[in-house]
Design a protein. Structure first.
Length: 141
């Protein structure tokens, strides 16, 4: 549909398009988890891991039914915490560093927050994310 020469999508088309992008993201799950694990195991300070896991233990959870696995290894946490969020990268207001690339697009880590994200393009709807504070919100979320 066009209004004043500006193309617009109906809400049904927009929802279908967003669902397609998120569904299409699953094929990158293993690559994203691998990048995150490599960073946790080889770069992330062990004290920072402990700090973020303590936040997971004592802070407000995403859902009351979610319980923090205090003994989770990085491998277990990465598998449990991976989500496909309906956001754009630009929607996350924290300082980020590039830690790797997938499909020529950067994988980011938000220092101090324990958030890893990746999108298949800067303007692509839908991101992969892993919070090291899972199931709790990151410190400044």
């Amino acid at each position: 549909m066009t209004t004043n020469n500006i193309a617009t999508q109906s809400s049904g088309d927009k929802i279908a398009d967003e669902f397609y992008h998120i569904k299409n993201m699953k094929k990158y799950d293993d690559q994203f988890k691998s990048c995150v694990l490599k960073h946790i195991n080889n770069v992330l300070d062990k004290e920072e891991w402990k700090r973020l896991r303590e936040i997971a233990r004592i802070s407000r959870s995403l859902e009351r039914s979610l319980i923090c696995n205090t003994k989770a290894t990085p491998e277990i946490l990465v598998n449990d915490a991976l989500v496909h969020d309906g956001l754009y990268l630009k929607d996350i207001p924290f300082e980020k560093i590039e830690i790797d690339k997938i499909n020529e697009h950067p994988v980011y880590y938000f220092e101090g927050e324990g958030i890893y994200v990746w999108a298949n393009g800067a303007e692509t709807y839908g991101i992969h994310s892993i919070w090291l504070t899972h199931p709790a919100y990151p410190p400044n979320w």
